[in-house]
Design a protein around this ligand. Structure first.
Ligand code: 4AD
Ligand code: MG
Length: 433
């Protein structure tokens, strides 16, 4: 019996005869030699069919294979110094498993709408495959990082009765006669978890009914939200930068081939692992913008993406912007001890114009302050009593943050648009496929 292997393991089988279940990604060559590009889900590589070696009938079978036909291919693995992957298969036999009708995504260029309409097939292509490998590595490394650091993974509910990140972009649904919302964040539950387990992290889908069409926003995205008891915001910032540097290093260590496919500058990525990350206050960021021709922005405004990009470009690594105005941040953030107008928080802005990847803060612990904020936001205090209980029963200083998975994937992959960072993106005008 010939051994069945995956393409990614080719290097362990040089000189051996093996069998691989794969799809035909492309085909070229003429005369008596044929080159078939294969993909098997783990990687892409080339197969070579020589007429004189396989005989007329097998050669004709190979020649007739259409794009995306699934096959069992048998042959000998050998080194291929001309390809980035470094290995190929000298084909001895091909057995068709499933034929493929005329495949819509040909090797030529296609428009974005067309590709998005065919997302279920587009995922098979080389670049999308590479992006998903980066995504997978970031997820894997996240668990590694927090497990090593003694955090407990805690699942927060998707259906909730509370709004935590403002009421403007809530997805509301009927919950047996009362309104419920798709979670905008797991944070409030993570805070309960931190009081039960000390250090927790949630990781799950979060939802925002964002009505804007930007290259940074999804309506459904995945967020990693660590929350730590007995932890100041200062200490949380150190966890944040260590976590981000760990993710970048993990992708460099384990996604070398994917980064090649994505043509990502590895030296540049490596430079982002040097800690600490620079910091700038919100006040100074506003001044920096005003001094550089952004006449439209005044203290109190939130940053738009051109602002974030300008600030990011003023540094060579991700940069923390600290202490935003109270009025533009969430109700649960701790007010500054000596200033009435700002809260103890930070956003981490990625380099190269990729925007905010982390939002975090120390959490308010004063029950009366929180009650007031809840009222101010027009929220129903009754729905937040359970949250206020966390302050009534052994409250401690605590801090946490949320990293947007797709923002991180987009940045590390060097992609133009966030839609390619998730298998099936949900956006303003897209719910299919
Ligand atoms: O800044 P945000 O809204 O913070 C929170 O939700 C807090 N509860 C986090 C916490 O302290 N536990 O969102 C956090 C991150 C952003 O920095 C961004 O990376 C990502 O989530 N994000 C989005 N990603 C894609 N599409 C959207 N519409 C996003 N909104 C936020
Ligand atoms: Mg934010």
């Amino acid at each position: 019996m010939t051994k069945v292997i995956s393409i990614i393991d080719s290097k362990k089988h040089v000189g051996e005869k093996v069998k691989i279940g794969a799809w035909v990604a492309n085909k070229s060559g003429k005369g008596k030699i044929l080159f078939l590009q294969f993909r098997d889900g783990t990687a892409f590589f080339q197969g070579v069919v020589v007429k004189n070696e396989v005989g007329e009938e097998m050669f004709q079978t190979a020649k007739s294979l259409t794009q995306e036909t699934s096959v069992w291919v048998t042959g000998v693995i050998r080194e291929d110094t001309r390809s980035k992957f470094g290995y190929e298969i000298g084909i001895e036999a091909i057995e068709v498993v499933g034929t493929s009708a005329e495949y819509p995504i040909t090797p030529k260029e296609h428009g974005t709408d067309f590709l998005m309409d065919h997302r279920h097939l587009w995922l098979r292509s080389r670049k999308q495959h590479a992006v998903m490998q980066v995504r997978n590595e970031i997820i894997r490394a996240t668990y590694e990082f927090y497990n090593k650091e003694g955090f407990v993974k805690m699942d927060s509910p998707i259906l909730t009765g509370t709004a935590a990140e403002g009421t403007t972009d809530l997805f509301e649904t009927d919950y047996f006669g009362r309104p419920a919302y798709l979670a905008q964040t797991g944070q409030l539950y993570a805070e309960a978890g931190a009081m039960a387990f000390g250090k927790v992290f949630t990781f799950g889908p979060t939802f925002r009914a964002e009505k804007s069409k930007t290259r940074r926003h999804l309506t459904e995205f995945w967020m990693i939200e660590p929350e730590m008891a007995f932890t100041t915001h200062e200490e949380s910032l150190v966890v944040q930068e260590r976590y981000v540097a760990f993710l970048v290093q993990s992708v460099l260590d384990n996604c070398d081939y994917a980064l090649d496919v994505l043509e990502r500058d590895k030296e540049l990525l490596k430079s982002y692992t040097q800690l600490p990350f620079p910091r700038i206050s919100y006040d100074d960021a506003i001044e920096l913008l005003q001094k550089n021709g952004f006449d439209d922005i005044v203290w109190g405004d939130d940053f738009g993406s051109p602002h974030e990009t300008f600030i990011a470009n003023s540094f060579s690594k991700p940069v923390f912007i600290l202490n935003y105005p109270k009025a533009i941040k969430a109700f649960y953030m701790k007010p500054h001890p000596t200033r009435d107008d700002v809260v103890i928080c930070a956003d981490l802005i990625a380099p190269e114009g990729y925007g905010e990847i982390i939002g975090g803060s120390e959490r308010a612990t004063d029950v009366e302050y929180l009650e007031e904020k809840i009222k101010e936001e027009g929220l129903n205090q009754e729905d937040y009593e359970w949250y206020l209980d966390l302050r009534r029963y052994g409250s401690v200083p605590h801090s946490g943050f949320g990293l947007g998975l797709e923002r991180m994937v987009t940045w590390i992959s060097g992609n133009e648009h966030i839609r390619e960072a998730i298998p099936f993106p949900r956006m303003l005008h897209r719910i299919f496929p």
